[in-house]
Write a protein that binds this ligand. Structure first.
Ligand code: UT7
Length: 328
């Protein structure tokens, strides 16, 4: 009998501090009308000095474990999708594994930017379906506000911080679980969105890093153009691979970068508005965290129910994009 990776629990965490568009308008030359009409964002939660990828992940993971009934000691793997881990190394997943007491688990981070959760779920599913793991914790977490340039109005208005987590377990003889995933990339678009200093090409403090951008660089128009095409393509591909059509989707939880991008995907898939989960207005773009926070909020609100067909899709720096199709 075939094994499925079923999501048994969800959780999330966001920092307490809320930054509104009006407050941002006192920091850079912008205004609520511009930000809301171009992005759909009204406010975002931003990390304080004490918040890190690890601290937010820990709360999200503890919530997801409690929600799932799976004990940390039974986890076989801890996977964290992030590009803003606590340190260059070790991975944030190792810090999390230790704090949770996941004593028999392997741990690694997945660096797929805003598609980090999609890629991590695909990894977890493959590990479970192959029999390598029975219980896997997947976290999507990012604190991009720690690495943005707060004087650059074209990027600083977009991002918020947070973490979302799910626990997946191997089940036999169930039709619920992750049905299909698609993972795609186009590294020729690396130039459109990156944080280039701090790696081996331009190490911090090196002559090579001089004059380089030390924070998030993004060519918004290029990323927007890419996203509108990629998001619809990935959704249609994952549905086709599962032998399904968009009208069978009960809930669409897309990466929350911009309401206009979400809306264009909704139109391409011909989905009614009530099937689309949106929280970009309250949280901004939380990168790898946006999809699992959306799943966790949808479950807490009672919008997400067992048996529903859930379509998730993400895209971001790489460029990378992909989708997971789940029977909840
Ligand atoms: O998850 C990672 C992936 N990232 C994304 O998905 C982001 C994708 N891109 C976008 O969402 C949009 O391109 C943005 C929201 C970033 C920008 O929206 P846009 O409609 O593409 O605006 P634009 O960049 O074409 O800028 C239009 C104008 C410019 O002024 P001029 O040249 O027309 O005079 C900008 O300087 O808006 C100006 N502008 C602003 N004005 C007020 C740029 N940022 C701001 C701002 N407030 N914050």
């Amino acid at each position: 009998m075939s094994i499925r990776a079923r999501i048994e629990g969800v959780g999330h965490a966001v920092p307490a501090r809320i930054l509104t568009n009006d407050e941002l308008s006192t920091m850079v030359d912008t205004n609520d009308e511009w930000i809301f009409s171009r992005t759909g964002i009204r406010q975002r939660h931003i990390a304080g000095p004490e918040d890190t990828a690890f601290t937010l992940s820990l709360v999200a993971a503890q919530n997801a474990l409690a929600n799932s009934g799976v004990a940390a000691a039974d986890l076989d793997l801890v996977i964290v999708g992030t590009v803003t881990g606590d340190m260059q190394f070790p991975s944030t997943s190792c810090l999390l594994q230790d704090a949770l007491g996941a004593t028999k688990a392997g741990a690694f981070d997945v660096g797929a930017a805003c598609a980090g959760f999609i890629y991590s779920i695909a990894n977890a599913t493959a590990m479970i379906e192959s029999g390598m793991a029975k219980h896997v914790l997947v976290v999507g977490v990012d604190l991009l506000t720690k690495i943005i340039d707060w004087t650059d109005r074209s990027t600083c208005v977009l991002f918020g911080d947070g973490a979302g987590a799910v626990v997946l377990s191997a089940v036999e003889g169930s039709d619920r679980g992750v049905l299909k995933s698609v993972l795609l990339s186009d590294g020729s678009g690396a130039k459109h969105i990156h944080n280039e200093v701090g790696g081996s090409r331009y190490p911090h403090g090196s002559p090579q890093a001089e004059g380089r951008c030390h924070s998030v660089y993004m060519n918004g128009n290029e990323v927007y153009r890419f996203a509108v095409q990629a998001i619809g393509d990935a959704c249609l591909k994952v549905l086709a691979e599962a032998g399904m059509t968009p009208d069978q989707v009960d809930l669409f939880v897309p990466h929350q970068a911009n309401i206009r991008i979400i809306e264009s995907a909704r139109e391409r898939l011909n989905l009614p508005k009530e099937k689309v989960f949106v929280n970009v207005d309250r949280l901004g773009n939380t990168s790898a965290a946006s999809i699992p926070i959306g799943l966790s909020e949808a479950a807490a609100q009672g919008v997400l129910k067992p048996g529903m067909i859930v379509l998730t899709v993400g895209f971001g720096a790489g460029l990378v994009w992909g989708a997971n199709l789940i029977r909840w």
